[in-house]
Design a protein around this ligand. Structure first.
Ligand code: SAM
Length: 314
């Protein structure tokens, strides 16, 4: 069974990138009246405590959302470290702040909560969540139940790649159009996840070519991880659809520069970089991320290797 638990990673730099892009897409898609269906194929537990047992939860947030808050939303009368915070970064900060009273960062909203908070009851937007880890599925169900969102949100204990198929194409809205956003955010704990993502996206583009598809992936020295954005680019190009590929690399932490005792294993780096690949992105997203990413990096960047990219095509 799976050993990955998102609670260990909640609010890290990868979540900052992923959720900033997710919020930007959702804000754009909910500008139109027509109903939106959002499918989150790998939902996690939904909500995470950042002030729990620090050795298990919250630790990675210190290099992510906590650092961002300290710099850009400082307590009291202190000034943010950056003037003119980019709109999309401010939206992310506001989203997380909305789940935390009095500027105290205690809770981190995962993608299900980020998404649900932006859905509209009157438009009949819907959120379909898949989670396959029994503990996280149970936690997700409990967290979602507290929202009392009724039929707006459905939680399924199923394989997200498979379950997704039953929602594409999405239902026709009252205005006659079909609209969907799919977030695909596997843990990549098993390396077959990389191939499953590209096969699934290929299938999605056949079932519903005009949907917006957002895929998160880790930038790690593994051929499958390296190939994934290239394959997605090929799929988008073959389907004649526009795409946007953003990456954030915070660089190595100080512990990686330490001289290690000869013969001892060097300190193992944590994840330093990740990417979000979006097919059919909002047309405004690239320019908006080109403003947000350098600010993210200015706050979260550490050392060697740090940088950001925003490439597009189609
Ligand atoms: N999307 C979440 C967020 O942004 O808050 C984080 C999700 S976490 C990176 C990936 C989750 O997918 C884990 O909770 C894992 O248990 C779950 N998972 C792994 N394989 C799955 C599958 N085939 N279908 C559904 N969920 C799966």
């Amino acid at each position: 069974m799976f050993s990955y638990r998102h609670a260990f990673h909640a609010g890290n730099h990868a979540d900052v990138l992923k959720h900033t892009v997710l919020i930007a897409i959702l804000k754009h898609l909910t500008e139109k009246d027509a109903a939106l269906t959002v499918v989150d194929t790998h939902a996690g537990a939904g909500l995470y405590r950042l002030d729990g047992d620090y050795s298990t939860t919250g630790a990675e947030a210190t290099d992510g959302v906590a650092k961002l808050f300290a710099a850009l939303a400082p307590a009291g009368s202190a000034k943010p470290a950056i003037e003119n915070i980019a709109d999309k970064l401010q939206d992310y900060i506001d989203m997380v702040a909305g789940f935390n009273a009095n500027g105290q960062l205690k809770v981190y909203p995962g993608s299900p909560f980020v998404t649900q908070s932006l859905l509209r009851e009157e438009a009949r937007d819907k959120l379909k969540l898949f989670e396959l880890h029994p503990t996280d599925h149970k936690a997700l169900e409990g967290n979602i139940a507290q929202l009392k969102a009724g039929r707006q949100v459905a939680v399924e204990y199923k394989d997200g790649f498979e379950g997704l198929k039953s929602y594409l194409p999405p239902p026709v809205s009252a205005t006659g159009s079909r609209r969907a956003l799919v977030l695909m955010d596997p843990s990549y704990e098993v390396k077959t996840d990389y191939a499953r993502v590209s096969t699934s996206i290929q299938d999605c583009l056949k079932r519903f070519p005009t949907g917006t598809y957002a895929v998160w992936y880790p930038v790690i020295p593994r051929p499958e991880a390296h190939d994934l954005p290239r394959r997605l680019k090929t799929l988008a190009t073959q389907a004649n659809k526009p795409w946007l590929h953003t990456t954030l690399n915070i660089g190595q932490g100080p512990e990686m520069d330490e001289v290690t005792v000869p013969g001892e294993r060097a300190p193992r780096p944590g994840l330093t970089a990740s990417g979000m690949f979006v097919i059919n992105p909002p047309h405004t997203l690239k320019a908006a991320m080109q403003k947000a990413l350098p600010q993210m990096l200015a706050v979260l960047g550490r050392g060697r290797g740090k940088g950001w990219t925003a490439d597009s095509g189609g």
